[in-house]
Design a protein around this ligand. Structure first.
Ligand SMILES: Cc1cc2nc3c(=O)[nH]c(=O)nc-3n(C[C@H](O)[C@H](O)[C@H](O)COP(=O)(O)O)c2cc1C
Length: 198
């Protein structure tokens, strides 16, 4: 498919597990020929200053340019203290409908243990209002992340099952991305009156 999909690794740690998961999913998108192009934007290796900041515009420019080109997003959010990591919340303070408006997005929760659901419910509740990102009803939770999505084949049948589910959710994302490609040109957000959602 001629899609461009951007994956956000939402951890502020360098070499995070979230980045590992984002890179794995990006490679699967290419291997399954679900899109033509991917970009992984890693908030750990390419941090955005905590907003507001005097030196924020250069850092955001690169993110913005990539996001504007995207037909769909994958948002990988690690669970920290039962919350979404602050780096991904900070990302959503920068992001506007210009970059993300009416684009489908797959949410992926990451946990070292058996958590991972809290960041997803948090982002579903509070990240979309102004940027108008459209989260799919489907989502992925990667528990015990250090044991999963490492190089090579799945380590056991449990991992095979989460790998199969990951492929399935990526296929769904690509279908949404194709179906929603044209709606953005048909919806004009009145930047003066309705720049912010209700
Ligand atoms: C400050 C901090 C708090 C964390 N709190 C949780 C938590 O509440 N629940 C959980 O399942 N994992 C928690 N973890 C573990 C992360 O899920 C783990 O680091 C995992 O690798 C994903 O984070 P990463 O992408 O930054 O590597 C925490 C990690 C950090 C650094």
């Amino acid at each position: 498919m001629s899609l461009n999909i951007v994956l956000i690794a939402g951890s502020s740690q360098l070499k995070s597990q979230s980045a590992k998961v984002a890179n794995y999913l990006g490679q699967r998108l290419l291997t399954l020929r679900l899109c033509k192009q991917i970009a992984v934007l890693d908030l750990g290796s390419d941090p955005l200053p905590l907003w507001p900041s005097e030196d924020s515009s250069d850092a955001w420019e690169k993110y913005s340019a990539n996001l504007i080109q995207a037909d769909a997003l994958v948002v990988v959010a690690p669970e920290w203290n039962g919350m979404a990591c602050p780096a991904i919340k900070n990302f959503f303070v920068y992001a506007t409908h210009k970059e993300l408006g009416h684009k489908p997005a797959l949410l992926v929760g990451v946990s070292a243990g058996v958590g991972g659901a809290y960041p997803l419910s948090e982002l579903r509740a509070s990240s979309y209002k102004n940027c108008r990102i459209c989260y799919l009803p489907e989502q992925l939770i990667v528990r015990k992340v250090e044991q999963l999505f490492n190089p090579g084949p799945g380590a056991n049948p449990k991992e095979d099952s989460i790998r199969a589910r990951a492929d399935w959710t990526l296929e769904i994302l690509a279908e949404y991305a194709t179906a929603m490609k044209n709606i953005r040109s048909r919806i004009e957000i009145d930047a003066v009156s309705f720049a912010n959602g209700m």
